[in-house]
Design a protein. Structure first.
Lengths: 264, 262
């Protein structure tokens, strides 16, 4: 992941089409176009896993069904704890078969329609319910050395609690860290960089939909707040020059074309 | 085993509001989804087929747009689907609806099991499954929460009761209605979703079914809605417990016990 930072290569989030899509063909076309543009630009395509608990198609099945190319360094699959054991194993096997190395392992947002991995599924009978820590451990045990595993850091959670969780994630095999969206800068990132010597990627919120950002950060940001996503992206580069940047909800019409001029 | 699963397309509950003037549901613009309880019925049908062979047929009565729910059923493992659509069906209550569905099941032929969701989330009557059993003259078991044994000409099922379970044997052919505890419905893959888009779904009319027209629609429905009024709003109450941690914990336990929550 450090190579991405050294090469000034963005992590670009791409949301797979939702299961409820009423214009699936159009959505698939749009997904394929975005994915291809990201790869052609030399960036890393990050495919979410039922983000916010909304049922969507899996990144890998999209790649396979749409015959999309895979550049091992340029694809990151998000993987959360809302799968069946069989489904999880299939995803991991398919990632290996396709040469995909980067996985972002998160606890995730569930929904009534999604199954949840059990502690027994992941060989972790001592815990009551599984989190990204148990999932990381399982992947490391089942596929030693096969994946570069990333984890999330949420600076909006209580500080000590979040750092305690980070310790467990590190012990379970985390290789890089991606933050929740950062607006300008956040004081906890200094401590994170001091204590965790892993490649760090800060998340830039590229949408003006602030109600969704409020859900991510866990506090209410008034909708009428002036927010310039591009200015925020530039501020993140200025504050964190040694970090990578993950672009959430990027606008592919107006924002994507100017990225090359921002991180030069 | 030939299994029919009854599917209803309903408005998503989050998209429905109550018209304060007419006291009726405003469904316009609400997202149309497969009735959530029917997803469990469908999954159980597919699991039975996977275990014993046979086929699963998704059956729905509704407007032409209900075809979307049937395509979803196909993407979740149903082998084929049939839509019952006719102007004469409009306004049917649960009795008339189950009469039409029963006629379709007879037309399909050699059906051994009909599975319905416990109830639809729009009408909430839970009457169509039992109505179907009545029209077909078949035994029924409602609120099924587990399948204990299958194979042969009977099923052993667990029926959910308020304070436990009944273990029941059921001779086939039969009708069952299922609750959410019975399984975890699968999420359709992209491949199956794309395949379902190409499937042909036959549409059967009243004439195709040979049903008696006086038993259809509003005229054929014995139910009369005399009055509709909104349920009283739930009163939310926040209790702030302050003090030392141990004291707060004790008070919390007391409060929960007093509400029979512990």
């Amino acid at each position: 992941m450090q190579r991405h930072i050294d090469n000034r290569s963005y992590q670009v989030e791409i949301l797979p089409p939702k299961q409820s899509s009423e214009k699936l063909d159009q959505d698939l076309e749009s997904f394929a176009s975005r994915y291809t543009r990201v790869l052609e630009a030399g960036y890393c395509a990050c495919l979410t896993d039922n983000a916010m608990g909304h049922l969507a198609f899996q990144g890998l099945e999209l790649i396979e069904e749409l015959s999309l190319p895979v550049e091992p360094e340029q694809v990151m699959i998000h993987l959360n704890t809302f799968h069946t054991k069989e489904g999880l194993d299939q995803i991991l096997a398919a990632c290996r078969a396709r040469g995909i190395k980067h996985l972002l392992v998160v606890s995730g947002d569930g929904s009534e329609r999604l199954p949840k991995l059990s502690p027994a599924d992941l060989g972790a009978p001592a815990v009551e319910s599984v989190t990204s820590v148990e999932l990381l451990g399982y992947i490391r045990r089942q596929h030693p050395g096969a994946f570069n595993l990333g984890v999330a850091f949420n600076p909006y959670e209580p500080e000590e609690h979040e750092f305690e969780k980070m310790k467990r994630k590190l012990a379970a095999g985390a290789c890089f860290v991606i933050t929740q969206p950062i607006i300008g800068n956040h004081p906890l990132l200094e401590r994170l960089m001091e204590e965790v010597k892993l490649p760090l990627i800060v998340e830039a919120w590229m949408s003006k939909k602030l109600h969704l950002l409020s859900e991510c950060v866990g506090y209410e940001i008034p909708e009428d707040t002036a927010y310039d996503p591009v200015a925020n992206l530039k501020a993140l580069h200025a504050h964190y020059p040694g970090c990578g940047v993950y672009l959430a909800l990027l606008g592919f019409k107006s924002q994507f074309p100017i990225l090359k001029s921002i991180w030069v | 085993m030939r299994i029919v699963v009854c599917i209803k397309q309903v408005p998503a509950s989050t998209g429905v509001s109550l018209d304060p003037e007419t006291k009726t549901l405003r469904r316009e613009g609400a997202e149309a989804i497969m009735n959530p309880f029917d997803t469990y019925a469908l999954e159980q049908g597919v699991l039975l087929k996977e275990a014993h062979g046979g086929e699963v047929i998704a059956l729905s009565m509704g407007p032409l747009r209900a075809e979307a729910a049937l395509r979803e059923a196909l993407s979740c493992g149903a082998d084929r689907a049939v839509l019952l659509n006719d102007r004469a069906f409009a306004g049917s209550d649960t009795w008339a609806t189950s009469y039409v569905l029963a006629a379709a099941i007879r037309r399909i032929g050699e059906v051994e099991l009909v599975i319905c969701g416990r109830q639809a989330i729009d009408g909430d009557t839970a009457q169509v499954g039992p109505g179907l059993a009545g029209h077909l003259g078949w035994p029924q078991l409602t609120h099924v929460c587990a399948l204990e044994e299958s194979g042969g000409k009977s099923l052993t099922l667990r029926r959910m009761q308020e304070e436990g379970y009944d273990l029941c044997g059921l001779e086939l052919p039969a009708v069952i209605t299922v609750v959410k505890d019975i399984n975890q419905p699968r999420i359709p893959s992209l491949k199956s979703r794309l395949a379902s888009k190409k499937a042909e779904i036959p549409v059967w009319s009243a004439a195709d079914l040979g049903v008696e027209t006086e038993k259809l629609g509003l005229a054929g429905s014995p139910t009369r809605v005399v009055k509709i009024h909104p349920a009283p709003c739930r009163q939310k109450q926040t209790l702030l417990i302050e003090g030392e941690a141990a004291e707060c914990a004790q008070r919390l336990v007391r409060e929960l016990r007093s509400r029979l929550l512990l």
